[in-house]
Design a protein around this ligand. Structure first.
Ligand SMILES: Cc1cc2nc3c(=O)[nH]c(=O)nc-3n(C[C@H](O)[C@H](O)[C@H](O)COP(=O)(O)O)c2cc1C
Length: 244
């Protein structure tokens, strides 16, 4: 608030941030948060497609960690298969106890996406009593999933030993995080999806998941249509004990 009592709008010095989205990693979006004095949360968002600048510096890992968000809406820009293949090569570099390399990836094409879309659509519609509303939800879900630029299933081969199985699951998620951060560097957005339907026969069949394997995540990926504000987090300092 200014001295005369009016609410002043100003640019927060830290709010002129560079965010990575763009086409094939060659563009950047500049995001301007217009904040009232003292406010540290973005209250105004500009769709990144409106703000493209040439990329001029490499992103470091901490930047990528800070800039990553779960992206709900993607542009229609199709993904280059090489981009996806490159990101999957980051997954396999994750730390991996015993080098079990506990992963298999399925990149869903239009037919597989449609199969998943129908499974998810039925599932969501099934939770609603009103038939008309249920049908609208089913259709909307199918449309949303079919229009995703990229969808990758992460499959874990299930080791017999429970401790190895647990470590393998952890490793797979470390690999997934590599992909999420690599995507930020390419100007892409991601969203991890899990849930009961991943265990269902319908998806397993559509993806060719065998006995002794489990789908641990579906990752949606594409160029972000907008960059959501970061979700508030409790600072690590509140959760840290430093022992002497
Ligand atoms: C293991 C895991 C499973 C998730 N499953 C879902 C999901 O099924 N549906 C969903 O909308 N988001 C899912 N998410 C995304 C989280 O909801 C999201 O990360 C969280 O809201 C924090 O937002 P941020 O990623 O933008 O920081 C999942 C994330 C993780 C790590």
């Amino acid at each position: 608030m200014s001295e005369d009592g009016r609410h002043r709008t100003r640019l927060h010095p830290c709010s002129l941030g560079l965010l990575g989205p763009g086409s094939k990693g060659v563009t950047w979006a500049v995001r301007l948060f217009i904040l009232p004095p003292g406010c540290h949360l973005p209250i105004f968002r500009i769709p990144n497609r409106l703000l493209r600048l040439p990329r001029f510096q490499a992103m470091n890992v901490s930047d990528a960690v800070r800039r990553r968000r779960s992206i709900k809406r993607f542009t229609a820009r199709p993904l280059d298969p090489e981009e996806l293949a490159g990101l999957l090569e980051l997954v396999v570099l994750a730390p991996n106890h015993r080098m079990t390399e506990p992963w298999r990836f399925v990149v869903l094409g239009p037919r597989a996406k449609r199969a998943w879309a129908e499974i998810k659509g039925e599932s969501r519609a099934g939770r609603v009593d009103d038939a008309e509303v249920a049908e609208a939800i089913r259709r909307r879900t199918i449309e949303d999933i079919e229009s995703l630029p990229g969808l990758i299933a992460f499959i874990q081969p299930l080791a017999d030993a429970p401790d190895v199985r647990e470590e393998d699951y952890a490793t797979l998620y470390m690999g997934i995080q590599n992909l999420l951060l690599g995507a930020v560097d390419l100007g892409l957005g991601t969203h991890v999806k899990t849930g009961g339907e991943l265990e269902g026969e319908g998806l397993r069949e559509a993806l060719g998941v065998g006995d002794g394997e489990r789908v641990v995540a579906l990752v949606q990926i594409g160029e972000p249509a907008e960059l959501p504000a970061p979700k508030p987090r409790t600072a690590a300092t509140h959760r840290t004990t430093w022992l002497p």
